[in-house]
Design a protein around this ligand. Structure first.
Ligand code: NAP
Length: 284
């Protein structure tokens, strides 16, 4: 689909790049010649992923940083260490937390946790990178944020995530205008369902009917493949997309159009009893 050197020379940070979609995007960026930096809280997960990349892709350059993006000072220190080696060209805000629950039964801690990772973490990372690019007068830089369909439509039972991602969308559109004249593009990807162990453990308890029920809500009658999302992300951060600024591209097999996005496959859950909800509460 792409020239193998599409991202040659680009230094890219993927937050939450040790697992799931962040891992798949990172792998694609490396295949296309990028220099990759991944961060997340668990150092051992990051190292394992980095080692896999080095074995799978000849000459892969992968750097890892253990960081909690909820902590502004920790993000700042990570950016300092990254810049010491070489400034970033591209930031991908991908790290996220998610809870499937009735909103009136959420603890304030649970609400804060999701908002702090997604909304605050994305803002801290974006501002830390943008400030450095602007101070240096660097141009041709990109911030790509990974959203959810719920950021466009709202969604029952994942309200803090929908709120936080909608905030990141507002940041994307606002900075497209404010930072565009400075040579920094901001854009976003809005994925539908792409199975990952992390998201499926939190969002797809067997009580929801599994993938079989889910695919009925998707016009293309299948879930997304990681390579499809990774290719879209690679295009959007590449110089080939240099005129795309402030947009959020939906990649969901048409799900949002069929059934209102985040609300789809949750309609049956509107009638669940508290006992049914208790049954799917995370045990830890
Ligand atoms: P995932 O595997 O659980 O990825 C989340 C990543 O974020 C993990 O690597 C996690 O690493 C990191 N993370 C969480 N909290 C963090 C923190 N405080 N500081 C730093 N890193 C943190 O889930 P995924 O399915 O790949 O999701 C990736 C992105 O795609 C998310 O933004 C999600 O909202 C979006 N998305 C996914 C789907 C889907 O169907 N999978 C659909 C729509 C949108 P640690 O736990 O080690 O910190």
């Amino acid at each position: 689909m792409f020239q193998p050197d599409l991202l040659k020379g680009k230094r890219i940070l993927v937050t939450g790049g040790g697992t799931g979609l962040g891992q798949s995007m990172g792998k694609r960026f490396l295949e296309l010649g990028a220099e990759l930096v991944i961060c997340g809280r668990r150092a051992e997960v990051l190292e394992k992923t980095a080692e896999e990349f080095r074995q799978q892709i000849a000459g892969a350059s992968v750097e890892t940083h253990s960081v909690d993006v909820r902590v502004a000072d920790a993000v700042e220190q990570m950016m300092e260490r990254i810049w010491e080696r070489r400034p970033l060209d591209i930031l991908v805000n991908n790290a996220a937390g998610q809870i499937l629950a009735q909103t009136h039964r959420l603890s304030t801690r649970a609400i804060d946790s999701v908002l702090n990772i997604v909304l605050h973490g994305s803002a801290y990372c974006t501002v830390a990178a943008g400030r450095r690019w602007i101070a240096a007068g660097d141009t041709g830089k990109v911030v790509l944020s990974i959203l959810t369909v719920s950021s466009l439509t709202g969604a029952p039972f994942t309200v803090p995530s929908a709120m936080a991602k909608a905030g990141v969308l507002a940041m994307t559109k606002s900075l497209a205008v404010e930072w565009g004249p400075k040579g920094i593009r901001t854009c976003a990807v809005v994925p539908g369902p792409f199975p990952t162990p992390g998201a499926w453990e939190r969002l797809m308890p067997k009580e929801r009917g599994g993938n079989e029920e889910l695919v009925k809500t998707i016009p293309l009658r299948r879930v997304g493949e990681h390579a499809e999302l990774a290719n879209l992300a690679a295009f959007l951060v590449s110089d080939g997309a240099a005129y795309i600024n402030g947009d959020a591209v939906v990649i969901d097999g048409g799900k949002m159009l069929q059934s209102g996005g985040g609300g789809a496959n949750t309609s049956a859950m509107l009638d669940w009893t508290d006992a049914q909800w208790d049954a799917i509460r995370p045990k830890r």
